[in-house]
Ligand binder design. Sequence first.
Ligand code: TMO
Length: 313
Amino acid sequence: MQKLTGLLLGAATLALAAPVLAEDSSDPIIIPTHNWSSQIVMSNVVGQMFEGMGNSVEYVSTDSQAVYEAIRLGDATLELEVWEGAFGKSFNAALEKGGIEDVATHQAITREDWWYPMWTKEACPGLPDWQALNDCAAKFATPETGEKGRFLGGPVDWLKHDAEKVDALGMNFTVVNAGSAAALWAEIAAAEKDKTPIVVFNWTPNFAEAVWPGEFVNFPAWEAGCDTDPAKGPIPDKTFDCGNPANGYLKIAAWDGMKDKWPKAYAALQKVNFTNAQIAEMAKLVDVDGMEPEDAAAEWMQANEAVWKPWTE
Ligand code: TMO
């Protein structure tokens, strides 16, 4: 009897330790990719990890805001980089409608905001304070912006609401949107030659911090609701009268049907977790070393097997 109980207990423990998951569907897992390098490389890393587990994967280039609606409807399966500053609003709206799930939060802490390379401080020593930046607006003037300073924002789909911020805070700046992330790096590199003051949209983790030491502009601190509620932030009748979150999250989202359709891939996805340094490295392999995202992902995986292999077990 004791022996039998022991056996039964042993079996129960085994079952607890290794739940048997149903097989994954042979349909491809749809992974959306966007227009900045770390997201594309990370998508390929996780895609190649799924392929190594026997899954089929398809990458689809998708608008970085519309993707939350696509996931909710099951047209895309997951999103590996939900940046709080750029996408928190769209993600929350989709969560409220249902069909999408908050799967995990990366260890990485993110920030996305107005940023300048350090040489800019010579022209504007009061930085990083936003009012000091505004007092120096003329130093950033270009033929394109007349008397106003030029702020180079990211591609419009990142919806950074920079024009609303300029309006809310009464700044002497005009927002110009770059056509691509590469255009941001090209302008910083051009400004570096004669140390022209420049203020652009940038983020961390990114390769840029290792290439150009710089700082984010300090705007009035972000508080929840600053983007929707005029009462939040220092200006009583304006939204976006604040900076982006300075300690933002980076989340993973998935279609809520994923766990039933691809239970093994879903179990692995729940364990995916990257650090700031790992994400900056993924961007560097493309933006500095000039690799194709697919090759960058393969190289990263080869060098970091100890990081991702355990997620598949
Ligand atoms: C969404 N992004 C990382 C480009 O700021």
